[in-house]
Design a protein around this ligand. Structure first.
Ligand code: ADP
Length: 244
């Protein structure tokens, strides 16, 4: 499982807020096909790691995607290099249909000419996104009427049509029913293959069911890393989770 080439290589990642180190010297290597869960107590620095990778907060160290340094680049440049993220609350265009949301994500909205030119190249991507997200029957429905889970899936679909090969998802199953949660896990598996998915998560059952590897953060540092079994058996991890 998940043993591809190195995709995202993070070395010595450090983020400070007014002298307070929220993330300290984090090393992370993500492989193609990885479905990596990033867990840890509240305030461990999980979201800050994702913020640093996507250029939302300044950081020191190194974040390389297929050899290209991301640190110091702007948010939109990093997105264009194939690093996509979701936030804890889904942000889709509620007034527009599912298909229009995907079109916009693909950049087809910029002008009619661009749309016509791009149609041919983006259609297969939109089809793939619909297949992966299972939203095919809802293409003509306004996103506003979708269920909570479906909005999250649409947002993931929007990252896929943007050609994101690294997807960073911040608590994607928060607020979902058990059924939606399992469907999300299956969706994440369908993403797999050439891409890499990082999931910041609190839901341990979800992690156990779907993670191919796990990194545990505590106090801004990496506490443990490995398979679900290895991490769960680690006394350091047990101490942190019993202590909270
Ligand atoms: P997690 O996602 O693991 O719950 P966060 O990454 O949100 O943790 O936060 C890590 C630490 O950094 C926390 O102590 C938090 O208060 C602090 N922090 C996060 N963002 C900021 C910010 N913009 N300014 C100051 N402190 C922050």
């Amino acid at each position: 499982v998940g043993m591809g080439t190195e995709y995202l290589e993070i070395r010595g990642l450090t983020v400070s807020f007014d002298g307070f180190k929220a993330v300290t010297d984090v090393d992370l290597t993500l492989l193609q096909g990885d479905l990596r869960f990033l867990i840890g107590p509240n305030g461990a620095g999980k979201t800050t790691v994702i913020d640093a990778i996507t250029g939302l907060v300044p950081a020191t160290g190194s974040v390389r995607k297929s050899g290209v340094e991301l640190l110091g680049k702007k948010v939109h440049q990093i997105a264009r290099l194939g690093v996509g993220r979701t936030f804890q609350t889904a942000s889709v265009f509620e007034q527009l249909t599912v298909l229009q949301n995907l079109d916009i994500a693909a950049g087809a909205h910029r002008s009619v000419l661009t749309m016509l030119r791009k149609r041919r190249s983006i259609l297969p991507k939109i089809e793939e996104a619909l297949e992966i997200t299972g939203l095919g029957d809802l293409v003509d429905k306004p996103a506003g009427i979708l269920a909570h889970g479906q909005k999250q899936w649409l947002e993931i679909g929007m990252l896929l049509v943007q050609n994101a090969s690294v997807l960073l998802l911040d608590e994607p199953v928060a607020g979902m029913s058990a059924e939606e949660r399992d469907e999300t896990g299956n969706l994440l598996r369908r993403i797999g293959g050439e891409r890499t998915v990082v999931v910041v998560e609190h839901d341990m059952d979800f992690m156990r069911a779907f993670a191919t590897s796990v990194t545990v953060l505590a106090g801004g540092k990496i506490l443990s890393e490995g398979t679900v079994e290895e991490v769960q058996a680690d006394p350091k991890v047990q101490a942190v989770y019993l202590g909270t």
